[in-house]
Design a protein around this ligand. Sequence first.
Ligand SMILES: Nc1ncnc2c1ncn2[C@@H]1O[C@H](COP(=O)(O)OP(=O)(O)O)[C@@H](O)[C@H]1O
Ligand SMILES: [Mg+2]
Length: 401
Amino acid sequence: MTDRTSPPGPVRAPAREGQFTHLRLDKVSRRFGDKLVLDGLDLRIAGGEFVALLGPSGCGKSTALNCLAGLLPLSGGGIWLDERRVDTLPPERRGFGMVFQNYALFPHMSVRRNVGFGLRMRGIARQEARARVDEALRLVQLAPYADRLPGQLSGGQQQRVAIARAIVIEPPLVLMDEPLSNLDAALRLDMRTEIRRLHQSLGLTTVYVTHDQEEALSLADRLVVLREGVVQQVGTPEELYRSPANPYVAGFMGYRNLFAMTVTGGEGGHATARGLGIELTGVAGEGVGSGPATVAIRPEDFLVGEPPADAENVIEVGVEVVEYHGRELAVQARLPEGQALRLRTSTRVERGETVRVWVPKDRVLIFADATAISPQPGPPQSGAPDATGSGQETAAEASAS
Ligand SMILES: Nc1ncnc2c1ncn2[C@@H]1O[C@H](COP(=O)(O)OP(=O)(O)O)[C@@H](O)[C@H]1O
Ligand SMILES: [Mg+2]
């Protein structure tokens, strides 16, 4: 999608009643027992924005969403819709639409009655309610299924019902918690497009929780990366992809090799690091001086073959595993002192070979934070390439261009 960062334009529906200019989360915290699960979440969301909360399982995404919805009281902080404080209101008085992973439909009610439930609760007159339900069902392309029971629908259709139920109340804010996780891969892509289309055509404001970086990158205007309840970075997909704030975000936004090295010098925004039997020069992140650092390089940023005379960061690696992925090879290799790394290349290489690779210094990120090398989210490039391998790179590259 190309319109992710464009301002609200003429495609958007006119502002509805209950719309707001800004939603503000001010140091929102939540404890379970003595465990701080959400630690001072600060966030400002503009009306009409699509914001994704992204992070691995257990990082506090659902907790944040449930705090927003009013399903969980805060342990600290506050939530404001413009000048109105809402975190003290019960969920029904906030009036937000919610879509959950497990659809949460009433099994004994028809599709039509499920969608109309919120309108009945609000005492909307019958005739108006019927018209609005019909319209919502039309929007999610389920009009012919109005009289069926949820059990007679596929998972994708049930999730459409849940979405219709959320939007029919014309909520100022729609909250979605991993709504596509129960669907198979092809349907997930269709529904993703559908969600983005509804967001735009209805002029919704959406907060969307996912652990799937590709989903977040392709849907959201802005992403909030969470780790253990703490915000790591907030930015557009392009900002996070190009300029991750720390090694954690770097590892999460598409796979990157992370090397623990030591900075020995630098100038003009670049630093040089040594260790693992190699020397690399790259873009120096905030606070990079001398001392321990993390060096981050994407597998596809390594160039393989005979380096040109002006090649930067030329190193030798031993090839250990070569996987054929269509036009590209996914290669596992080792640095001189044994550190493993991953490359992606269309140049033929063979297992057991020692090859020279190089990487332009502007594609090397050096972070002062040497402690953040941690298990990386998701399998990087082996296994199913459509899940988190090449697909993620494609989506992210597309979003960055
Ligand atoms: N009701 C609860 N009681 C105790 N701990 C909880 C409860 N709900 C969530 N947690 C803990 O809070 C952390 C964050 O959970 P959650 O917000 O569901 O994460 P996510 O949605 O990112 O997977 C996890 O460690 C989880 O075990
Ligand atoms: Mg969750």
